[in-house]
Design a protein around this ligand. Structure first.
Ligand code: TMP
Length: 210
């Protein structure tokens, strides 16, 4: 059966303001009376949250890149089958904080596993589910790190060197260039309200909300 809902994903480097935009979008869609589901990756299921804890634990410094990629994709498969697919079948607008493009940018490019290996893993994890629309909050990592205000690094991924995050950024830019129809690039150095306005305008232009 074909899913009737829409899957919208938000992507970007650390500290680009994704959480703020997700909160603003949630308030807007609630106000508009849309049926929504907000999820985050990795996580949003009890299995996925346990996988998340494994992935971001700073003591797991020796985690191999292939193990890391498989764990992200395992959490994704669980989330898709237990919450995302059923919601799409009900006609829900599903908004996901990070999705397949994170795996491409972080594991494919920054961890050097390659785009093809990650595309195969993503296909296996997602089956036939794909984002209808992706917002790439575009901010180079130097600026994102500054925004985070040098907060204590508690997370294994955030704790990677700046060069790693610059590779992640390069990965996102490559994905956005390859799929300009799906991936809408938004200058994330703008103020939160104007970013939100651009997101809403795009959702309206695509007929996802009225
Ligand atoms: P978050 O802190 O933005 O929720 O994401 C958790 C971390 O996991 C973040 O550093 C990005 C990273 N990540 C990957 O490396 N690959 C992935 O596929 C996903 C979804 C996240």
């Amino acid at each position: 059966m074909r899913e009737q809902g829409k899957l919208i994903t938000l992507e970007g480097c650390e500290g680009v303001g994704k959480s703020t935009q997700i909160r603003m979008l949630q308030a807007y869609l609630d106000e508009a009376g849309c049926e929504t589901l907000f999820v985050r990756e990795p996580g949003s299921t009890s299995i996925g949250e346990r996988i998340r804890a494994l992935l971001i634990d700073p003591s797991h410094r020796d985690m191999h890149a292939r193990c890391e990629a498989l764990l992200y994709c395992a959490a994704r498969a669980q989330m898709i089958e237990s919450v995302v697919r059923p919601a799409l079948r009900r006609g829900t607008i599903v908004v996901c904080d990070r999705f397949i493009d994170s795996t491409y940018a972080y594991q494919g490019i920054a961890r050097n596993l390659g785009g093809e290996a990650i595309a195969a893993l993503n296909r296996f994890a997602c089956d036939d589910i794909a984002p209808d629309l992706t917002f790439f909050l575009d901010l180079p990592p130097e600026q994102g790190f500054r925004r985070k205000g040098g907060a204590d690094v508690a997370d294994r991924m955030e704790g990677e060197a700046l060069a790693f995050h610059q590779d992640v950024y390069r990965g996102y830019c490559a994905a956005a260039e390859r799929e300009p129809q799906r991936i809408v690039r938004i200058d994330a150095s703008a103020d939160a309200q104007s970013i939100h306005a651009q997101i809403v305008q795009c959702l309206r232009a695509r007929g996802i909300v009225r």
